[in-house]
Design a protein around this ligand. Structure first.
Ligand SMILES: [Zn+2]
Ligand SMILES: [Zn+2]
Length: 346
């Protein structure tokens, strides 16, 4: 089968590989029907993910049809349409039982697919702990509608959940990329009084204004964000801040725009250390919550998609066949053609 493979820093190659086989009784083999490219794939390509193993097939956001299952798999059967979770988790350890699946103690726990074990930018993928890692797609939901469930949408859903958003809140989201928009969609489900999204990219700003007109969009290159947030909130700052951008100054901005006793949720993955200036923020009494995602809400997310309460299809701006994946990466990595997300059809 064809599989897009991480060879070495800076080099991904589409190559012919053996079709994956069941290794454990809890595995499933899934025939991939649609996959997507994530910015984490680009991080791997740039050598910024030290635990990524050369030779692995990349891709960790995909949907497909179950081909075969191990003896101990009970939740799915061959022929079922499923989303695949970015995280691998056993469902049995202390962390899994408490919903902290990102910290599953299994050797493949956390983000393994398309990083430490073969992922889904391929025709087939082996999914460990299939009862945990696969979620059934409701019959009326298309592959395209379900595609982002296991990764960016799971991340946005988790971020909105742990931020404890209430209807009287002003919520600031920093970053309007794919994860930022998925976070926005999940924050909107909580119906806060005001949502302010902070983004610098003009194409992204235009996209958000067009699709989500009730959201206030602020560009820090044009407007002082602290002043803007103060003017649009009831208690001198945002009640909740969700930092999804991961830029060089966005952590600083995140705690500055929060009101005293607010919650600041860090979703972003930074490439460098960030400074927590405790003397400066003394008395602000902030609550920080830090990433990464506990991706265990996928059944609930799929139900919301089925009920048309979440729609991520506008984010999928391009579709390519697996054979054209080089071109797709070029567009995604270099942000050409107003790209947001790309779907890959094996
Ligand atoms: Zn990802
Ligand atoms: Zn576990």
């Amino acid at each position: 089968m064809l599989a897009y493979t991480y060879k070495e820093k800076g080099k991904f190659v589409l190559e012919e590989k053996e079709k994956p086989q069941l290794c454990e009784e809890t595995d499933a083999i899934v025939r991939v029907t649609l996959a997507s490219i994530c910015s984490s794939d680009i991080h791997i390509k740039h050598g910024a993910v030290p635990r990524a193993v050369p030779g692995i097939t990349v891709g960790h956001e995909m949907v497909g049809v179950v081909e075969t299952v191990g003896n101990k798999v009970t939740k799915v059967k061959p022929g079922d349409r499923v989303t695949v979770n970015v995280e691998t988790f056993c469902g049995e350890c202390f962390f899994c039982k408490n919903g902290y699946v990102n910290n599953c103690t299994d050797k493949n726990g956390g983000w393994a697919l398309g990083c430490r074990i073969d992922g889904g930018q391929a025709e087939y993928v082996r999914v460990p702990y299939a009862d945990q890692g696969l979620n059934l797609i409701p019959g009326t939901v298309t592959d395209e509608e379900a595609l982002l469930t296991g990764d960016v949408l799971a991340t946005g859903f988790w971020a909105a959940r742990i931020s404890e958003i209430r209807e009287e809140d002003t919520v600031v989201i920093l970053g309007g990329g794919p994860t930022g928009i998925c976070t926005l969609l999940c924050v909107m489900l909580k119906s806060p009084k005001q949502i302010i999204l902070c983004e610098v990219d003009q194409e992204r700003i235009a996209f958000i204004k067009k699709h989500y007109p009730k959201v206030l969009v602020v560009n820090p290159e044009e407007t002082d964000v602290e002043t803007f947030v103060k003017a649009h909130s009831d208690h001198g700052g945002a009640d909740r801040v969700l930092e999804v951008a991961g830029g060089s100054q966005t952590f600083d901005l995140a705690w500055k725009v929060a009101r005293p006793n607010g919650i600041v949720t860090i979703v972003a993955l930074y490439e460098e250390n960030q400074i927590l200036p405790l003397p400066q923020m003394y008395g602000k009494n902030l609550i920080f919550k830090t990433g990464g995602v506990d991706g265990c809400d996928c059944d609930e997310i799929l139900k919301l998609i089925e009920e048309k309460k979440i729609d991520t299809t506008p984010l999928i701006t391009h579709t390519f066949s697996l054979k054209e994946i080089e071109k797709a990466y070029d567009i995604f990595e270099n942000r050409k053609e107003q790209v947001i997300k790309i779907a890959i059809q094996p």
